[in-house]
Structures are given as structure tokens and as C-alpha cells.
Design a protein around this ligand. Structure first.
Ligand code: C2O
Ligand code: CU
Length: 454
């Protein structure tokens, strides 16, 4: 396995000790500026913005059915807010400035507290100036344990990211028109839990749960696992009723998660988590394998289901979403706050994308639903770029070509020129954002919302 640096002159990365997660859920989460070595040791360190003075932020862990109470204190130079991505939580705790709360001012605190109806793999991140704040490091993993968790030897969380760093270790260049109008901010260094190619030791024969979370700003990762065999058991936190054997390629769009349960089957001394790039596969994390063999387990694992909100496809309210804009997209005009603007004036405001002809969050929701109603949204990606559409507060299924429902997700990847349909039951009251999780696209216009009235 070859390893490579994106930054041409970097020396080979040395192995960095395993990222130590906090053991307990802190009752207080400080958002602040700190310095951390991200580039190899011979390079300068980096000013990061982070939760709990560590990047990524501490692993927050709780039990399904519990409540989580966290006071977020803002010691950053900007207002912020925390979104608990993928949780089907109380709307007032969703962390979206201007929609569910006022931003937490510099020096201020916001008390988040909510119930945890679902088990699974989630993450938390800033939802204020998120293209900048997430890139600077304001995110962390959030795990909700099943009361009846599967029997595994290790449970490893790996947050993958691609950060864009200068050789002097700085993070700069926000709001540039190229990122806003093309694929978004693509990084030049792959990180797993904030490190270059970290090591997670395994024993031969062990059964391991690997939770993959993408905190990438815009990159769509194509990942692969070498030396481990098993199943994909959950997507975006939600258990799969029919886990699939681990495929060669795992596509992980920004904000998506994937839980794997794998057995250490290699006869080599290392297994790998690989990112596939145009010119080959590169290790993004690796797993030194040693003996003696643990007691091998056999058989597929099916995680216990989370609460189910059945979808009524026949009675469902419908909406369509036309995704337009971006470079090579030919979008001529869009409405902004009720005013029709041509492409030049849109660009002048940093807007390059539109949903149904509107750039930026509209005054009226895409759908105005009553609690318990089902909804279907047909989406057409009429652009030259992929988009990762994320709905807050509720998971959806994609409606497959044969009319059946695919697995529940909270973020769906639409490839260029692709058409997809999603469906969900409006079981959670509130105003919920529906936006592209390529953060540059969201900033440059790709966001709408859905209202669910109790
Ligand atoms: Cu992961 Cu609107 O966010
Ligand atoms: Cu997008």
C-alpha cells in the first residue's frame, strides 16, 4: 500500500498515536481557538477552532432513550451554533441560527437539551458560517448506543475529512468564487480523526464495529476496506434491515455515515481504510494486525431497529425540487428575497445556486405539512456537480425505480444530471432546513426548508 501526501514537499507522515476520545459526555462544551499539529511534525502547527480544545471535538456518547444536556460556550471570534446532525430531536435544539435559535454570541452560552429516541452514529457541527467554521475544526462525533448493542471486540469511530491547509499550516481562502461556484472547498490533505493515516491496532479474528463519518466540506469520498470482511449495517445512523456484504467501494458524501461490522480476516500484518483517487488507492487510516487470534464469530449482524414512522406513498403530499446553477450550469437568473436577479448580480452577492429558481432560504417553505402526513420530493440535479441533500429533523427513504423504499438516510447524494425521489413521514414538528451539505453550495444559495405543524 502506497501512502502519499497531497502537499508536494511533505515528508512521509509518521505514525501518530490513536486519537483519545473523552470518556464521558461533558456537560459543558467550549468552542474556542486552539493550536494543534495537523501537518507532519517538521511543519508549523495550525490554529484550529474546536470544541473542547481538541480537533475533532470530543466523542459525545449517550444511551438510546436518555437525554443529552450540553451547555455550549462560545469563546470564538464569531457567533456560532451547534447542529446535532441526524438526530430526530426537538426543533428548538436543532442549532440553526435564524431558524431555530439566535446565534450564540461571542462570550455567550446556549443550553442544548434533548431526548435521544434513536441509536446510531451521528455527529455535531457548527451551523453558523459552516463553510468556514467546520473547515476550521468545529465538529465532533456523537454516538448513541443501542440498549441491546451487538457483540463486538472493538468499536472504532473514524471521522474522515479533507482539510485545505497552506504549507505554513494556516487555513485560509474562504468565500472564493471558484469554490462557491464549482465543487466546493476540496481539501489537500486527508485526515482520519484529525490525523494523517492514524493506526488502530486489531487482533486477528476480532469482530469490530467501524463507524465512518464524513466531515468533509465538499469532497465525496470513495472508501475501501482491505483485510477486513463483513457488512454495512447502518447508514446515516439508521440500522439496515438487510445488511449488505461489504462492497469494494463505499461512497461517503459530506455528512453521511456508515456503520460497518467486520471480522479481521487478513493473514497480513496490516489492514487498511483506503481512499480511492483517480490515480489509485491511498491509506487514510490503517490497522496493525497482531495475534493471537481472538475467538472468531460468524454470522451477519442486524442492529435493533429505531422507532419507525411508516410512509404513505399514495396519500403523500408532493413537491419537486429543481437544482440549478454553478459553473457550466447556464443559470441565467434567480429570485432573492422576492427580487429577480441576473447571474451577474447574483454573483455579486456570492450566490451561484438556486432551488426552484430561488437562491437562498425562501420566505415560504418548500412544503407545509401537518404532523403525521407523508411527503414525496422529486429532485432533479440540473447541474454539472454532485450535491448532498440533507433534511434536518427527519430521515427519509429514497423511492427506488420499482416504487419500493430504499434505506432511511438523512443525506442523499445526487450525481450531476441525476433525478431522485425521496419520501418521509412528517413526524417531527418544526421548521426544518433542507439544503446541500456541500457547504459552499449552501452558502451560495442551495437551501430551503420544510414546515411541519403540530
Ligand atoms: Cu449537517 Cu444543516 O447540517
Ligand atoms: Cu451542492
Amino acid at each position: 500500500m502506497e501512502r502519499r501526501q497531497f502537499l508536494g514537499s511533505l515528508a512521509a507522515a509518521s505514525l501518530i498515536p490513536r486519537y483519545a476520545f473523552a470518556q464521558n459526555t461533558p456537560q459543558r462544551l467550549l468552542a474556542s481557538v486552539h493550536r494543534q499539529q495537523i501537518l507532519p511534525a517538521s511543519y508549523p502547527d495550525t490554529e484550529m477552532w474546536s470544541f473542547g480544545s481538541t480537533f475533532p471535538g470530543p466523542l459525545l456518547r449517550a444511551r438510546q432513550g436518555d437525554r443529552l444536556a450540553i451547555a455550549v460556550e462560545n469563546a470564538l471570534p464569531q457567533p456560532t451554533a451547534v447542529h446535532w446532525h441526524g438526530l430526530r430531536l426537538d426543533n428548538a435544539m436543532d442549532g440553526v441560527p435564524g431558524v431555530t435559535q439566535q446565534p450564540i454570541p461571542v462570550g455567550g452560552t446556549f443550553d442544548y437539551e434533548f431526548a435521544l429516541p434513536d441509536a446510531g452514529t451521528y455527529w455535531y457541527h457548527s451551523h453558523a458560517k459552516s463553510m468556514e467554521q467546520i473547515e476550521r475544526g468545529l465538529y465532533g462525533p456523537l454516538i448513541i448506543d443501542e440498549s441491546d448493542a451487538p457483540d463486538v471486540d472493538q468499536d472504532i469511530t473514524i471521522v474522515v475529512d479533507d482539510i485545505r491547509l497552506e504549507q505554513d499550516g494556516t487555513i485560509t481562502g474562504f468565500d472564493n468564487f471558484h469554490d462557491l461556484s464549482h465543487a466546493g472547498r476540496i481539501g489537500n490533505l486527508w485526515l482520519a480523526n484529525g490525523q494523517i493515516d492514524p493506526a488502530y491496532p486489531l487482533k486477528r479474528g476480532e469482530r469490530v464495529r467501524i463507524r465512518l463519518i464524513s466531515a468533509a466540506n465538499a469532497r465525496v469520498f470513495t472508501l475501501g476496506v482491505q483485510g477486513l470482511e463483513g457488512w454495512v449495517v447502518a447508514l446515516d445512523g439508521m440500522p439496515l434491515a438487510d445488511p449488505q456484504a461489504l462492497p469494494d467501494e463505499l461512497v461517503l458524501a459530506p455528512a453521511q455515515r456508515m456503520d460497518l461490522i467486520v471480522d479481521v480476516t487478513t493473514d497480513q500484518n496490516e489492514a487498511f481504510l483506503i481512499t480511492f483517487e483517480r490515480d489509485g488507492g491511498y491509506a487514510i487510516a490503517h490497522f496493525p494486525v497482531s495475534g493471537p487470534a481472538a475467538a472468531a464469530r460468524s454470522g451477519r449482524v442486524i442492529l435493533p431497529p429505531n422507532p419507525d414512522y411508516p410512509i404513505d406513498l399514495v396519500q403523500a403530499r408532493t413537491a419537486t425540487l429543481l437544482i440549478e446553477g454553478g459553473a457550466m450550469g447556464g443559470m441565467r437568473a434567480a429570485r432573492v428575497d422576492g427580487e429577480q436577479l441576473d447571474a451577474r448580480s447574483l454573483a455579486g452577492r456570492g450566490l451561484f445556486w438556486a432551488l426552484n429558481g430561488i437562491a437562498g432560504r425562501p420566505e415560504t417553505p418548500l412544503l407545509d405539512l401537518s404532523l403525521g402526513e407523508s411527503a414525496r420530493i422529486g429532485m432533479a440535479n440540473n447541474t454539472a456537480f454532485p450535491h448532498a441533500m440533507h433534511l434536518h429533523g427527519m430521515h427519509f427513504s429514497d423511492v427506488l425505480p420499482d416504487g419500493s423504499l430504499g434505506p432511511l438516510r438523512d443525506t442523499l447524494l445526487l450525481n450531476p444530471q441525476e433525478t431522485r425521489e425521496i419520501a418521509f413521514q412528517a413526524h417531527n414538528p418544526g421548521n426544518w432546513l433542507f439544503h446541500c451539505h456541500m457547504l459552499a453550495h449552501h452558502q451560495a444559495g442551495m437551501g430551503t426548508w420544510i414546515r411541519v405543524s403540530a
